[in-house]
Design a protein around this ligand. Structure first.
Ligand code: PEP
Ligand code: MN
Length: 334
């Protein structure tokens, strides 16, 4: 439920009302929006006397929030949330690109890719050190050594790092990482979501392979419930009957999520298609659809990549695509 307060409500009146609501066992979140304050109420509001709340001197209107996600809902927070990672910003008109290899493989590989994507205009370097692989026999990532190489690449380029956290026991190792990725397979690992919610690090939350948008937002809600609102939602394709592409990239998720939620939405056309030749078209389409950013896999030698080579752009292809994205963004401003 939300209570929109009247313009001119004083701090003391708001504190009094908040105290009264908290006394009923509700959590109260106050958000300023266009000269007024909106109070988001979480908890058992079913038995609440809405008429009584409505009759309070500083309350303009009371509106139930029927969606099961509350803090992630746009009703709770009408303005776009802007998530900042180093110099990169997502949401509220800001657009940034996260690029890098699927996995960190060696020092020369990560440094080479990091430098190239930076030169092409990417704002964040991605790279998995711990990889969630379908087969236990496939390359599982370099682990802590991979994290160390990401630090070296950050030092060399100044780019902040986004890397996947697979379980709560790894959190200690990720203390100095700039952005935590929660992968598609872990989207409903609720314990992990709670744990990243207790950090205040930016989180890239990827949509599960067969998750609805509502389920994605419920997962964001777990993180927000622990106090972390620095969340970027990521559409990365879902499983359908189609086999020509690795996944089916659901671009309608971009405007749909932006309508449902205030959180920024980025698109990952690499996992969304599984094919490098399809990535540029879908990256441009995602940009045109109003995405707040992109995540793109880039490798210095895709043919010999240890993971996801088929969907990785070469550094040159990425540089070319970056120019086309910048042009499209420029055109969209007019
Ligand atoms: C990845 O980003 O490399 C990855 C494993 O993504 P997803 O969780 O979307 O499959
Ligand atoms: Mn990958």
């Amino acid at each position: 439920m939300i209570a929109v307060l009247k313009q001119g409500a004083t701090g003391e009146q708001i504190r009094f009302l908040t105290h009264w609501l908290e006394g009923m066992g509700l959590q109260v979140h106050a958000y300023p929006c266009n000269d007024v304050i909106i109070l988001g109420l979480i908890g058992d509001t079913q038995h609440m006397d809405i008429q009584l709340l409505q009759s309070m001197e500083i309350v303009e209107k009371v509106q139930p929030v029927s969606e099961p996600f509350k803090q992630a809902s746009r009703k709770f927070h009408p303005d776009d949330t802007v998530v900042t990672v180093g110099s990169a910003k997502f949401g509220g008109g800001h657009f940034s690109v996260i690029a890098g290899p699927c996995s960190v493989e060696s020092e020369s590989q990560i440094i080479q890719v990091a430098q190239s994507v930076k030169d092409a205009g990417a704002q964040i370097l991605r790279g998995g050190a711990f990889k969630p692989r379908t087969s236990p026999y496939a390359f599982q990532g370099m682990g802590v050594d991979g994290l160390a190489l990401l630090r070296v690449a950050r030092e060399a380029t100044g780019l902040p790092i986004c890397t996947e956290l697979m379980n709560i026991h790894q959190l200690e190792l990720f203390q100095d990482m700039d952005m935590l990725q929660i992968g598609a397979r872990n989207m409903q690992n609720f314990e992990l979501l709670r744990e990243v919610g207790r950090t205040h690090k930016p989180v890239l939350l990827k949509r599960g392979l067969s998750s609805t948008l509502q389920e994605l937002l419920m997962s964001a809600e777990y993180i927000m419930q622990e106090g972390n609102t620095n969340i970027i939602l990521c559409e990365r394709g879902i499983r359908t009957f189609e086999t020509a592409t690795r996944n089916t990239l659901d671009l309608s998720a971009v405007p749909a999520l932006q309508e449902m939620s205030h959180l920024p939405v980025v698109v990952d056309p690499s996992h969304g298609t599984g094919k490098a030749n399809l990535v540029p078209a879908m990256a441009l389409a995602a940009t045109a659809a109003g995405a707040d950013g992109l995540m793109i896999e880039v490798h210095n030698d895709p043919a010999n990549a240890l993971c996801d080579g088929a969907q990785s752009l070469t550094t040159k292809q990425f540089a070319d695509l970056s120019k086309r994205i910048a042009k499209m963004r420029e055109g969209m401003k007019q």
